[in-house]
Design a protein around this ligand. Structure first.
Ligand SMILES: [Mg+2]
Length: 179
């Protein structure tokens, strides 16, 4: 009689895709233009989410949440509610930068061949393949760059440079002080 396969203790048999996207949410799937009249936390911009879901479908990538949403059970529920397609979350290491959490996840999943990080901030991520949205969240040029990178067509990453960040801060300052 055939026996059903059993899991060996302590070994994960969960298959992990060869391509991984580490996803920050605030500033990526929402931005300053996202409608949020009640100033609620855990808001997603449906337009940006649709763009992201298409990217995931086209690349076959697995999504690992690196966003601080993952630390809060309400944040995790919200991510599921919005339909963010994630398969795992990076470990929570409160005394370490986000890059260390991502590196630890990668060490535990050596079969991953290609990965990107989408994050509007740079928490020790400079050494890693970072795609960094500016004020508009996940734009189409970023989506195209990420797709090309994950498919191995290029090693070019896309991050806001120092000058651009300074310019953004200046624009933000003038916008806040317009009236
Ligand atoms: Mg962010």
């Amino acid at each position: 009689m055939a026996t059903s396969p059993r899991r060996k203790k302590g070994r994960s048999h969960k298959r992990v895709p060869k391509r991984i996207i580490f996803l920050d949410i605030d500033g990526v799937l929402n931005c300053s233009h996202t409608p949020n009249p009640r100033k609620l936390p855990y808001i997603v911009d449906k337009r940006l989410l649709a763009r992201f879901r298409k990217l995931v479908a086209r690349t076959g990538a697995g999504v690992v949440l690196s966003s601080s949403w993952r630390i809060d059970p309400v944040g995790c529920l919200a991510a599921r509610y919005w339909g963010i397609p994630f398969i795992d979350v990076s470990p929570d290491m409160p005394r370490s930068p986000r890059s260390a959490e991502i590196r630890r996840w990668l060490r535990a999943h050596p079969a991953v061949k290609r990965f990107v990080i989408i994050d509007d901030e740079d928490d020790g991520l400079d050494e890693l393949p970072l795609f960094q949205p500016s004020r508009a969240g996940l734009t189409m040029p970023l989506v195209r760059g990420i797709e090309a990178y994950l498919k191995g067509a290029t090693d070019r990453t896309m991050r806001a440079n120092r000058l651009k960040r300074l310019a953004q801060h200046a624009i933000g300052f003038f916008e806040r002080n317009k009236d």
